[in-house]
Design a protein around this ligand. Structure first.
Ligand SMILES: [Zn+2]
Length: 370
């Protein structure tokens, strides 16, 4: 059953709508009213509050029209900060991110075999950076943590991701929150990446899209109506386990012919003369490279076409190892998709952004903006 919204919650939502509007462009109060359909008095109250909290800055526009220089509002980027902690399989990236999404400082923490030691060193690095930047506690919005799944985002617990044994069943949000001193929010790395694409990447003007993250495995995150889409039990993004061959070999998940069994960078390069994806892509035009790229594009076309047919999304962005120098692959996927759908357009894009502390910070960003 749909839940009603009480007035204090409504106020919080409206405040976030206004903040997001200002984050996207320098804008006048009148234009905010027009874009958001909130009343002018409501805008005045919200903007006044945000100015008092030091979150906004005002400036005169450089309009050429005589006598008309509306006051423009923008986000005071260094008014608040987020601690971002990206737990990756090989190392942890810890950093400080401001409201403009700028990663101001970052350190990479190598893992040892001792969990407590790892947690302690991550926390020491985060606290040291806050101290060095002279950031008071009242200017820290929280800690955003990203990690490979499966995990329980609501409880802040990493479950049992493969090749991530040290972190199994760790209540990471609590452990790091206790050590660093701020509330922590855990999210699946693919979901954090989708948020980063929405706020600062190639998907900033899209409301419906999929991010496919292709590294050791293949994960995905689905954004519908501008929101991460979660099923009743949490995750929806197991793109690696969508079957592309019903008569294929059995996967560890129990399914047959899973995408992940054919299309990871490791599968792609197996038995070839290429050491990595970048090398393969730069050899595009050679017989061997073109054959591999074409095959990989076929797999992705199947996967993406399934997503398009199921959800009606219009954009897909590929991130991870496979996104590096991937123009030949992406062009091929788009050509396949257009051929099959009898329409034109760039369905598929690739983004070479790597997963950093900023990516993890997006989990807090989402709660502050819209
Ligand atoms: Zn599977």
């Amino acid at each position: 059953m749909k839940k009603a919204i009480n007035s204090s919650k409504m106020k919080t939502v409206n405040r976030r709508i206004v903040l997001e509007c200002i984050r996207r462009e320098h804008i006048s109060r009148a234009d905010i009213a027009e874009k958001t359909h909130l009343t002018r008095p409501s805008i005045t109250i919200i903007v006044e509050e945000l100015l008092n909290e030091g979150l906004l800055r005002e400036s005169r526009s450089e309009s050429n029209e005589v006598g008309r220089h509306p006051v423009l509002l923008s986000i005071e980027e260094d008014a608040r900060f987020i601690v971002g902690i990206a737990l990756k399989r090989n190392a942890c990236h810890v950093g400080i991110v401001n409201l403009g999404g700028k990663l101001l400082r970052e350190r990479v923490i190598e893992y040892s075999n001792d969990l407590t030691d790892c947690l302690d060193r991550i926390a020491v690095a985060a606290r040291a950076m806050l101290r060095e930047m002279a950031i008071n506690s009242n200017r820290v919005l929280g800690i955003g943590i990203s990690a490979p799944g499966p995990l329980n985002a609501r409880e802040g617990v990493i479950l049992n991701p493969p090749k991530f044994d040290l972190w199994h069943n760790v209540p990471i949000a609590k452990e790091l929150s206790d050590r660093i001193g701020y509330k922590a929010y855990l999210e699946h790395d693919a979901d954090s990446i989708a948020l980063e694409e929405k706020y600062f990447g190639k998907m900033s003007n899209e409301t419906d899209f999929v991010v496919i993250v292709s590294e050791n495995g293949v994960g995905a995150s689905l954004v519908l109506n501008d929101r991460l889409f979660f099923g009743k039990h949490g995750r929806t993004g197991e793109a690696g386990h969508l079957s592309i061959r019903y008569d294929g070999p059995r996967c560890a998940c129990g399914n047959h012919g899973c995408f992940e069994m054919y299309a990871t960078p490791e599968c792609l390069l197996k038995g070839s003369s290429f050491k990595n994806v970048a090398e393969l892509m730069s050899a595009a035009g050679s017989e061997e490279a073109d054959r591999l790229i074409q095959k990989e594009a076929e797999y992705f076309t199947l996967l993406i076409n399934n997503y398009i047919n199921l959800t009606g999304i219009t954009r897909v962005v590929i991130r991870g190892d496979l996104a590096i120098n991937s123009k030949p692959l992406v062009d091929r996927i788009n050509k396949n998709l257009c051929d099959r759908r009898l329409s034109s357009g760039e369905f598929c894009l690739a983004s070479e952004l790597s997963c950093t502390a900023r990516t993890a910070a997006m989990n807090v960003f989402r709660g502050f903006f819209l």
